[in-house]
Design a protein around this ligand. Structure first.
Ligand code: FES
Ligand SMILES: [Fe+2]
Length: 445
């Protein structure tokens, strides 16, 4: 895995060329061991919750365990045993399965492709990959963000090859100079006036569906995009119980403080599965389990509808050493203070909410065994503007990322082992991952 830190600027320089290694970032504070005594860990998370079944869209109520916190997704094996099978190993290595996932999952759903603030001025654009499609996302003169397939309608040259850039008011193909305005309309081409029958709209750039939410631009390349409300906002509601709970954080008003990109040599599903469970937390996340003692029990915050993992009693903030964080986001509710909420928006977005910042992960699967992850740390604009040192805050989840991705990379080679031909096992605190597997399989049928 390689991690590249990118400057938190809105200048069009997203590529690795402008990056510096995050290894040079100062490591701050203690890294205490997972065996250190945990303080203040009293939670419903220690109640095993197994044996129910249900769809992710229907939070389950009335299962065993904490009465106030129904589980997210299905859990439990048909046989009622402790171990539930995972997907077989080849699901993580087979290029044909990867291609089918690109087509039927990534290209069929909503993909979070850019921080809206990175498209700050008219003409600012980003070139992004959505499954097998290249897409240009551009801000118009009218401040509207639009997205188009990155395909010239003449003979197919890619319009934009830079990951980001700035144009004045048009996109011009570098091959024969067909030229489009920022609404996609064909406005000029050599000898175009001598071809009066050419429809400038029909031969304009092919549009891609766009939404803005949480301060990010989401696109869908499908001809008939699924409901954004059901697929994206619905995932948050399934996890938190309502949409107001995330609205409180005003994510769209926060400002990018740090961005680190990770090049992970592992299948994207291993990364999703890892994010969904906390069985590994006590083993590989010593700093995180110090801050969130209930994680040492192995029950992830995503296990119960609306549940946020509580900070340890001695912990002052969501920082690598538990020291104080920064100004609290004013809109959050009292019961959201001193808590961490994790949300998975399939297939490729993880949202992490803490009182003073929000961490957004966006994944781009590029091969069966390789996934790019871009992680943004967002704080209140006044916190970022003050120039205060944010290293302790950023360092916590940067370490978590490196620990998680190293675990995924350690797992990937074994996916092609004959021993893993029929897969492995999910323990009760991981049973909800089976529902994710069913979700993937359903889409590939
Ligand atoms: S391919 Fe774009 S102008 Fe010819
Ligand atoms: Fe983890």
């Amino acid at each position: 895995m390689t991690a590249l830190e990118q400057p938190p600027v809105t200048a069009p320089t997203v590529g690795p060329a402008s990056s510096v290694s995050s290894a040079s970032a100062p490591m701050v504070g203690s890294a205490s061991s997972a065996s250190a005594p945990m303080v203040g860990s009293a939670s419903s998370a220690s109640a095993p919750m197994v044996g129910s079944a249900g769809s992710a869209s229907a939070p389950m109520v009335g299962s065993a365990g904490s009465a106030s916190a129904p589980m997210v997704g299905s859990a439990g094996s048909a046989s009622g045993g402790s171990l539930v099978p995972t997907l077989p190993g080849h699901w993580y290595t087979d290029p044909a399965i990867f291609a089918a996932e690109q087509e039927r999952i990534v290209e069929a759903g909503w993909v979070c492709v850019a921080l809206a603030a990175d498209l700050d001025a008219p003409g600012a654009y980003r070139t992004v990959q959505v499954g097998r499609e290249s897409v240009v996302v551009v801000k118009g003169r009218d401040k509207q963000v639009r997205a188009f397939f990155n395909v010239c309608r003449h003979r197919g040259a890619q319009l934009c090859v830079e990951p980001a850039g700035q144009v004045r008011n048009k996109l011009q193909c570098p091959y024969h100079a067909w030229t489009y305005d920022l609404t996609g309309k064909l406005i000029a081409a050599p000898n175009l006036t001598q071809m009066p029958d050419v429809d400038r709209f029909a031969n304009g750039l092919a549009p891609v569906a766009v939404r803005e939410w949480l301060g990010y631009v989401w696109v869908c390349v499908a001809e008939q995009p699924p409901s954004f409300e059901d697929e994206v906002i619905g995932a948050v509601i399934t996890r938190l119980g309502d949409v107001e709970s995330i609205d409180h954080y005003g994510v769209e008003n926060l400002k990018l403080a740090r961005r680190i990109s990770y090049d992970v040599q592992a299948n994207w599903k291993l990364i999703v599965e890892n994010f969904m469970e906390c069985y590994h937390c006590a083993t590989i996340h010593p700093e995180l389990t110090e801050v969130l003692p209930e994680f040492a029990d192995g029950y992830a915050a995503q296990y119960y509808v609306g549940h946020g993992a509580e900070f340890g009693e001695q912990v002052q903030g969501f920082t690598v050493d538990g020291s104080a964080g920064h100004a609290r986001i004013p809109g959050i509710a009292e019961d959201q203070d001193r808590r961490y909420y994790a949300i998975t928006i399939r297939p490729g977005v993880f949202v992490n909410l803490v009182p003073d910042h929000v961490i957004m992960h966006r994944m781009t699967p590029v091969a069966a065994d390789r996934t790019l992850v871009e992680c943004d740390w967002l704080f209140l604009p006044e916190v970022v503007g003050s120039g205060v040192d944010l290293d302790r805050s950023v360092e916590l989840f940067h370490r978590v990322n490196e620990q998680d991705f190293a675990a995924c990379e350690r797992t990937q080679p074994a996916m092609s082992s004959r021993v893993y031909a029929h897969g492995g096992a999910l323990v009760p605190s991981e049973h909800h991952i089976a529902e994710f597997h069913h979700w993937v399989q359903d889409r590939l049928r």
